[in-house]
Design a protein around this ligand. Structure first.
Ligand SMILES: Cc1cc2nc3c(=O)[nH]c(=O)nc-3n(C[C@H](O)[C@H](O)[C@H](O)COP(=O)(O)OP(=O)(O)OC[C@H]3O[C@@H](n4cnc5c(N)ncnc54)[C@H](O)[C@@H]3O)c2cc1C
Length: 386
């Protein structure tokens, strides 16, 4: 009942800290309210996405996470596919951004090249050739299927790393050295990490509120299985995506892309829609997504958003079936100004949260740096600005 480290939250952020500590020989326990992980970490695209991270510290963390995902997948027996990514340009202004990005230092650390429509046809059967100007191919991105990967990772951490998992256990109180569950049970530890993602209102609500975290809701879909043998190849991203990820923000040509979408399709901005596709292990395509924040979030999903996502994807992609097998939404917490935040809320109790749409890409490496550096009050100052 006494551990070196207790982690509250069994999503990727919690698992990352648990794994890093166990590798150092620490005794670790992970607590999660749910019977198994059900949060953002199993509801996402499964894109490990260094190309979306700004060059510098954040990109380096993404590249280190890439190595850690490959290590974890090999140890835990889940697929980590080095599929890469392909940004398609169907407009001249999008092609200009891709060219500018490829030539600039913004591309540091990535293995990328600009590709012609003919080369794209060899990389993926899914690109719509009509009006296609070219694309940006990167060999750096990885693909995991989130529910499978998170489940297998937790099983490996339990069996292979001796981490104790307490599922179905809501932690309702945390003090230095101990956590207490809703049923009144107490566990003690030298150190505690709180990684509760979008459910941040329950533990240390004041400290979370001080960071002004934003809650974001994203709508997603999964197609039925594509025909046997049909492979998407790299993850597909569209011109809309250029507006979304920080890595492209230094490209002066981006302004024209933003202006065109704002003028021609204001609903895409209103719902924060940019479109991407990734292929799940069962052959279906994971499609998304939208971004609605804080007071705009409703419990129910909007059919209009799903229709807009599909319309935009169908402009840039041809796939054998667009039949939708599953629809869902996910919630994440996003720090308004930084990549994430880490704060010692009590002596030896650390809160780590706010990765927004990049938690799968960044958190394994970030957790490793937290565990290696702790106790180190400078850690919070080292988090890159967004
Ligand atoms: C739709 C969608 C698509 C995304 N796509 C990508 C992508 O392709 N690539 C990428 O890098 N990122 C992506 N992200 C972001 C990424 O999924 C998140 O940043 C990441 O999963 C956050 O992990 P987490 O561990 O903080 O949260 P979660 O996975 O939500 O885990 C938090 C856990 O804490 C538990 N918990 C909460 N309170 C308590 C308590 N009091 N006691 C016990 N347990 C508690 C919850 O049950 C939950 O399991 C996406 C997110 C969404 C929603």
């Amino acid at each position: 009942m006494h551990y070196d480290l207790i982690v509250v939250g069994g999503g990727i952020v919690g698992l990352g800290h648990a794994w890093a500590a166990a590798k150092q020989g620490q005794t670790v326990a992970v607590f999660d309210t749910s019977p198994k992980a059900e949060g953002a970490s199993i509801r996402n695209f499964g894109m490990i996405w260094p190309i979306g991270q700004p060059a510098g510290t954040q990109r380096k963390l993404a590249l280190r996470s890439r190595e850690l995902w490959q290590e974890l997948g090999a140890a835990a027996g889940f697929a980590v596919d080095p599929c890469g990514s392909l940004h398609l340009a169907h407009h001249d202004d999008e092609w200009a951004v891709l060219g500018e990005f490829a030539e600039s230092s913004a591309a540091d650390g990535l293995d990328i090249e600009l590709v012609s429509p003919e080369q794209i046809a060899k990389l993926t059967p899914a690109a719509n050739p009509s009006g296609l100007k070219g694309g940006l191919y990167s060999r750096t991105e990885l693909r995991v299927t989130p529910p499978t990967a998170i489940c297998a990772a937790a099983a490996y951490l339990a069996d292979g790393q001796n981490i104790t998992f307490h599922y179905d256990t809501a932690i309702t109180q945390v003090d230095t050295g101990r956590v207490i569950s809703s049923s009144g049970s107490t566990w003690t530890a030298e150190r505690i990490v709180i990684a509760t993602g979008a459910y941040f209102q329950h533990l240390f609500p004041t400290e979370h509120a001080a960071e002004k975290l934003r809650l974001c809701k994203l709508q997603m879909m999964l197609t039925g299985s594509q025909p046997p043998g049909w492979k998407l190849g790299p993850h597909i991203a569209s011109g809309l995506t250029l507006r979304h990820y920080l890595s492209f923000r230094h490209c002066p040509t981006l302004a024209a892309v933003k202006e065109r979408f704002a003028k021609d399709a204001p609903l895409l901005d209103e719902y924060g829609i940019h479109v991407m596709a990734s292929q799940a292990d069962n052959g279906g395509l994971i499609l998304g997504d939208s971004h609605e924040y804080d007071d705009d979030i409703e419990p129910t999903d909007k059919a209009e958003i799903d229709d807009l996502i599909l319309q935009e994807l169908q402009k840039i992609m041809n796939v054998p079936t667009w039949n939708i097998a599953k629809r869902w939404h996910g919630l994440y917490a996003k720090h308004p100004a930084q990549m994430c935040f880490v704060r010692e809320v009590r002596p030896d109790v650390l809160v780590v949260n706010g990765f927004g749409g990049n938690g799968m890409t960044l958190s394994l490496a970030f957790a490793e740096s937290v565990i290696h550096a702790w106790p180190n009050s400078a850690l919070s100052e080292a988090v890159p600005q967004a």
